[in-house]
Write a protein that binds this ligand. Structure first.
Ligand SMILES: Cc1ncc(COP(=O)(O)O)c(C=O)c1O
Length: 365
């Protein structure tokens, strides 16, 4: 099948770029002596997860239990659920999941949750692998570093049905700090309490075999931390406009990883000053303050124009779109864009090579 036969709007993955992204991250972790457990919240696609593992990843991180269930059933192992699971029904699902995929890990930040996990795991006859989630400034989840974290770690270690493996600290507030040097300062400051807590755990004889963190924005910053054992960057595999603009070590754009994800649309209506494409609010995430960007297609600027429509403002009359023309766009933010599609069309040049199901799409439960 040729690209021009794909029904639009559709999500496309440039396989060559995607594979180079996986290879670059694999080389980076190899060279810096770190492990990689990439975040699958980016793509929610087991086919991608399997390829990340084949490229050397230990497994994948999942934001939600639902994502982890889909990954486990697709045969992906080495799962780390990076959000606390506290509802009784969720805890039961977690013990069931651990029955199927014994090396699954969960994070905790509260003693009540530790006790609830321990008692459900004991009843269900499984051992849950646990990381203590440390608050490193994102004001999202995590126990305070230092003494409170140590007390929680001790509590986990006392539970017969829990196995303490180490720590997680995700400084999401640093991921998109503009400019590499400023981002490095911000991340090293944010992660210092995680490193200090790691020392306390080690000093107290608590396991720190895993200390996980990092985003795509800080992949080559947090890997400088001696105490960090693994990176959980996610977006690097496909990139997006938001990450490209934060800047890299080498320059004003983050170009270490290539833009591998696009949305292809069709021009369905033309007028003197505009053209409408069939890709609107349901085709791209809308959480960023800038619009999708046409790929190698100068002369037009995209604006959201409703659920099903995007309005192209014609800024170069000589390049006015034709009715039926196909135009590809880079999405502003990859994670929520993936979540809008059932499948991603895997492209080798202009040929469709495969279609991968985004099987955990919608699994935010
Ligand atoms: C806990 C956690 N780890 C890692 C990431 C890194 O993802 P990315 O590289 O896509 O920013 C995220 C993203 O939100 C996250 O929530």
């Amino acid at each position: 099948m040729h690209r021009d036969e794909i029904p639009t709007p559709a999500l496309l993955l440039d396989r060559d770029r995607f594979e180079r992204n996986l290879a670059r991250m694999a080389a980076h972790v190899r060279n810096t002596g770190k492990a990689l457990r990439p975040h699958a919240k980016t793509h929610r696609c087991p086919e991608i997860a399997h390829r990340q593992v084949a490229a050397g990843a230990l497994g994948v991180a999942c934001a939600k239990l639902g994502e982890a269930e889909v990954m486990a059933r697709a045969g992906v192992r080495g799962l780390l659920i990076t959000t606390e699971v506290v509802a009784p029904g969720g805890i039961r699902r977690l013990t069931r999941l651990t029955g199927e995929a014994a090396d699954t890990m969960i994070v905790v930040d509260h003693p009540d949750n530790v006790r609830a996990l321990a008692s459900a795991a004991a009843e269900d006859g499984v051992t849950l692998n646990v990381l203590v989630d440390i608050h490193v400034g994102a004001r999202r989840t995590g126990v305070e570093p230092g003494e409170p974290a140590l007390a929680l770690g001790r509590l986990v270690a006392e539970q017969r049905a829990l196995r303490l493996r180490g720590l997680q600290g995700y400084a999401g507030q640093c991921a998109h700090v503009m400019g590499w040097a400023a981002r490095r300062d911000a991340s090293h400051k944010a992660m210092a309490p995680l490193m200090e807590t790691r020392e306390r755990f080690a000093g107290a004889g608590l396991p720190v075999e895993i200390v996980a963190g990092a985003s795509t924005g800080t992949y080559d910053i947090d890997s400088e931390l001696a105490g960090l054992t693994e990176l959980q960057s996610g977006s690097y595999c496909v990139m997006d406009l938001d990450y490209r603009r934060v800047g890299g070590r080498a320059g004003a754009a983050l170009t270490d990883f290539e833009m591998a994800l696009t949305v292809v649309s069709t021009v369905v209506s033309v007028a003197a000053d505009r053209a409408m494409v069939d890709a609107g609010l349901k085709a791209f995430s809308t959480d960023k303050p800038f619009p999708p960007e046409a790929v190698e297609r100068p002369g037009v600027e995209y604006g959201f124009a409703g659920d099903e429509h995007g309005r192209l403002t014609i800024v170069d009359a000589a390049r006015a779109p034709r009715l039926g023309e196909r135009i590809e766009f880079f999405p502003p933010h990859c994670d929520p864009t993936f979540n809008l599609y059932d499948r991603v069309w895997v492209m080798r040049g202009t040929a469709v090579e495969a279609v991968w199901e985004i099987a955990a799409r919608g699994r935010s439960d």
